[in-house]
Design a protein around this ligand. Structure first.
Ligand code: SAH
Ligand code: SF4
Ligand code: F3S
Length: 478
């Protein structure tokens, strides 16, 4: 009998890293590893790292400092702890990581996760680094998740359909850390999605650094675009909801807009990063689209799907950004009315063209602009949530709540909703009337009885539900 070994995987950065961490866990499961949530008892620790901003990359070294102590403590108990650094820092820095942190045993880039078992075996004789871009298909070689693993991960799942980026925005490391654009074949994605659906997954979010540039080989031998793929995945029994992220404004074509009109499973919510509202800055960023192009795409999507909501990413303090450029960004947010957004201070990344530009914006100016931007984003987000009160939405329930009798789900717009209802609704979509607004959540009432006494909510229960969660109750006239 082989000894069970424990692996602890910590993911930083984007959703693609979360997906990759799952696939590493699946691959290691077939080697006899089980996952542990605590790092202390792990035989193998994997840090799946992010290189997108300086702060993200620096985190890795402080974390490695902490893990070094744990590795020493384990050694004193006669136990070996293997340390692997994966992800985008691994790809960007390679052997430099081992130079700075010699207790690291394995450095593995995102394209080489299928070689992990082999790399771990080789690491027994000394540190190994694998940051090649191999010719073989990583996705085809990674192990599939077991039914139990899928169930443990919940009713919404990610599937990477595209990786890498050919856009080369001047601030961004992704084209270097993830390499050239690659689209997985349709058949492989359908097989993954079918396996997930059969294990109870109801919502799939298709992932790619540039997901709407998808052009994988279809069953007819021709390249399929994202719209074709979405229609195919929507046809899989059990799949109730589809999303995709992250898309680039330039690759939103007519077929994708039509998919938003024609596919009920495709949720009316789109993350469409714009980065800046100033044409001058967009050009310096090499975004390959103007402010007007972006607004045009938004207008066409809204015409096709009037209830669609948009979220975005913004960078403040890109080299040369003036107060006027920044105000153009604020005005763009006012014009679109995003339901939520991420915003970042520009971070100079080694090897990217923008790092070579003069006219870097001082740190205090960046901080001040970020604050103003975030206040505006918050105002729009709060207004969006407040407008949800009094409306009803289909909610996909994904877990039990913090209080007895409470279940939690998501609206089409990814807002969390707390409802009194039976746990049997987890994994189901039900209509909910929204009647309250909390700090980070909405409160609602199931629209139709579900044949379980516990869903009939008494006034006392509702009072408890609302008072214990710090909500601001809004009188929706219900
Ligand atoms: N592929 C996506 C986003 C990838 S990175 C896209 O094309 O939009 C996620 C976000 O990080 C970006 O949208 C951008 O807002 C931010 N980002 C990337 N590089 C950055 C940098 N050097 N400094 C600050 N923010 C950055
Ligand atoms: Fe980075 Fe631009 Fe590619 Fe997005 S499109 S991953 S921001 S280079
Ligand atoms: Fe970070 Fe790499 Fe994702 S740099 S954002 S983990 S693609």
């Amino acid at each position: 009998m082989t000894n069970t070994r424990k692996v602890h995987i910590k993911s930083y950065g984007c959703q693609m890293n979360v997906y990759d961490s799952h696939r590493m866990a699946d691959t290691l499961a077939s080697e006899g590893y089980v996952e542990t949530k605590t790092v202390e008892d792990a035989d193998l620790v994997i840090l799946n790292t992010c290189h997108i901003r300086e702060k993200a990359a620096d985190k890795v070294y402080s974390e490695l400092g902490r893990i070094r102590m744990l590795k020493q403590a384990a050694a004193q108990e006669g136990r070996a702890m293997t340390i692997a650094v994966a992800g985008c820092v691994a790809q960007a820095e390679g052997a430099e990581i081992i130079r700075r942190a010699p207790m690291v045993d394995v450095v593995v880039g995102p394209q080489n996760y299928h070689r992990l078992p082999d790399l771990l075996a080789r690491a027994a004789k000394g540190s190994v680094v694998d940051t090649e871009f191999p010719v073989e298909d990583k996705f085809g070689a990674l192990e599939a998740p077991t039914r139990d693993a899928i169930r443990a991960r919940g009713v919404a799942a990610f599937v990477t359909i595209q990786e890498g980026c050919d856009k080369f925005c001047t601030f961004c490391v992704v084209p270097y850390t993830r390499g050239a654009e690659f689209s997985r074949p349709v058949a492989q994605i359908v097989a993954d999605a079918t396996r997930l659906a059969e294990a109870g997954v109801r919502e799939i979010c298709m992932l790619g650094q540039n997901v709407n540039a998808y052009h994988g080989e279809g069953p007819d031998g021709r390249p399929w675009n994202l719209a074709q793929l979405l229609a195919r995945i929507a046809a899989i029994p059990g799949i109730a909801r589809l999303r995709y992220t992250t898309s680039h404004p330039r690759d939103v074509d007519e077929s994708l807009i039509a998919a938003h009109r024609d596919l009920p499973a495709l949720m009316p919510q789109l993350h469409l990063p714009v980065q800046s509202g100033s044409d001058r800055i967009l050009a310096a960023m090499n975004r390959k689209h103007t402010r007007a192009d972006y607004l045009g795409v938004i207008a066409r999507l809204r015409a096709a799907r009037p209830d669609i909501a948009f979220t975005s990413d913004f960078i403040v303090g890109f080299p040369g950004e003036t107060e006027q450029d920044f105000c153009d960004t604020l005005a763009l947010i006012e014009e679109v009315g995003m339901s939520a957004s991420f915003s970042f201070k520009y971070s100079e990344r080694p090897g990217t063209p923008a790092a070579e530009l003069g006219d870097q914006v001082p740190e205090d100016v960046k901080s001040e602009r970020l604050q103003r931007l975030q206040a505006l984003i918050m105002r729009h987000q709060d207004a969006f949530n407040a407008e949800s009160v009094g409306r009803s939405f289909d909610v996909l329930f994904d877990r039990v709540g913090r209080f007895p009798g409470q279940i939690v789900g998501k609206t089409p717009y990814l807002q969390a909703v707390n409802v009194m209802g039976p746990p049997s609704l987890i994994g189901e979509v039900a209509n909910v009337g929204i009647d309250g607004l909390g700090t980070n959540t909405l409160f609602g009432t199931l629209s139709a009885p579900v044949g379980d006494a516990s869903s009939e909510v008494s006034f006392e229960q509702r009072k408890m539900q609302n008072s214990t969660s710090n909500s601001i109750l809004v009188d929706a006239g219900a």
